[in-house]
Design a binder for this molecule. Structure first.
Ligand code: NAP
Length: 322
């Protein structure tokens, strides 16, 4: 396993982070625990979750993914300090007015609930899931700083932040002498480049923030199992994927991915992940396998080398400015 520094911190994280949105949703508890075991055995030391996973699924109250990870931490012999545990706060976790957002009240309450579910006394990377326009950024940053001083959180990061809000946050932490975001978790892959590349990537590079992109396979689309006219894949995600990616540009990207995968005799998923791993601003893409087979396939992307011409072909076909 390759380990990379998370932005400007001294923290070394595996070059692939294990996402867990599928735990208790498209992967049951037994499958999730197996995925965690195999990921750890293969050197993955970085796990991403969120308090809300997966409240959108029927019968799921949220918090299930954190609970499964907590069970795994307890039952496995994993030394806790060797594991980098990342979770998130922001989404709605109940029906009361303060059961969501980035207020002092909601964050203070949520961190305790996450620590309990994760069966740990510290979160290594606590991330704000998306921004809260109703709460002043200073309030959010001050409470996150307090949590670091209390020893409940080690580093803080953000997700789904537009560049302007990230700049506000960086300036506010600097002005108020507070701990600052060390990482950004953007939606970023070969069929979804503009959101990150248009301004945010430059802020991350300039300020030395770690970048941990989510949905690196566009929810499974970039695995190549979806084809024009054949979108009825056996996946809870098939409907949203067909709505987003059933268009000529996405199919053209998939074709180029297939050409390069055939030339290198590896899977399309591995090429899509390798493209992210070859992007200098990226630290550690967050994979979301729902089986050990998918996990092994995803991890093999670390062995795929793309030369400059291959990167250029992928960049050209997926260019969002043209
Ligand atoms: N911050 C945020 O707002 C946010 C949002 C989304 C995700 N995330 C994080 O990012 C992680 C990854 O996101 P994601 O699940 O969207 O990642 P992804 O890699 O784009 O999609 C993962 C899905 O692709 C399919 N897949 C993966 N490998 C495959 C293979 N080899 N062959 C065929 N299908 C394969 C599986 O779905 P099927 O088998 O069901 O097709 C799998 O669950 C999440 O677990 C979560 O931790 C964060």
């Amino acid at each position: 396993m390759e380990y990379r520094y998370l932005g400007k911190t001294g923290l070394k994280v595996s070059a692939l982070c294990l996402g867990s949105m599928q735990f208790g949703w498209t992967a049951d508890e037994a499958a999730s625990l197996h995925i965690l075991d195999v990921a750890w055995q293969n050197g993955v030391n970085f796990i991403d979750t969120a308090d809300i996973y997966s409240r959108w699924a029927e019968g799921n109250p949220g918090g299930i993914s954190e609970e499964i990870i907590g069970k795994w931490i307890k039952r496995s012999a994993t030394p806790r300090h060797q594991l980098i545990l990342a979770t998130k706060v922001r989404g709605r976790m109940g029906e009361a007015p303060n059961d969501e957002g980035l207020s002092r009240l909601h964050i203070m309450h949520s961190v305790e609930a996450s620590l309990k579910r994760l069966q740990t006394d510290v979160i290594d990377l606590y991330q704000v899931h998306w921004f809260d326009a109703q709460t002043p950024i200073e309030e959010t940053l001050r409470v996150l700083d307090d949590l670091i001083h209390q020893g409940k959180v080690r580093y803080i990061g953000c997700s789904n932040y537009p560049a302007w809000r990230l700049m506000q946050a960086l300036w506010a932490s600097d002005r108020l002498n507070l701990h600052t975001f060390v990482s950004v978790q953007p939606h970023y892959n070969l069929v979804h480049r503009a959101e990150f590349e248009n301004e945010l990537a430059e802020v991350c590079a300039w300020y030395g923030l770690g970048v941990i992109p989510y949905s690196p396979l566009a929810g499974g689309f970039l695995s190549g199992k979806y084809q024009p006219g054949k979108m009825d894949i056996n996946s809870a995600r098939a409907r949203s994927i067909s709505q987003k990616y059933d268009n000529p540009k996405s199919w053209a990207i998939l074709n180029t991915l297939k050409e390069i995968a055939d030339e290198k005799q590896c899977s399309l998923s591995q090429i899509a992940l390798a493209w992210l791993l070859h992007t200098p601003v990226v630290t550690s893409p967050i994979i979301g396998p729902r089986s050990v087979e998918q996990l092994i396939d995803n991890l093999s992307a670390l062995e795929v080398h793309l030369d400059a011409e291959e990167v250029q072909r992928l960049n050209a076909i997926s260019d969002w400015k043209s």
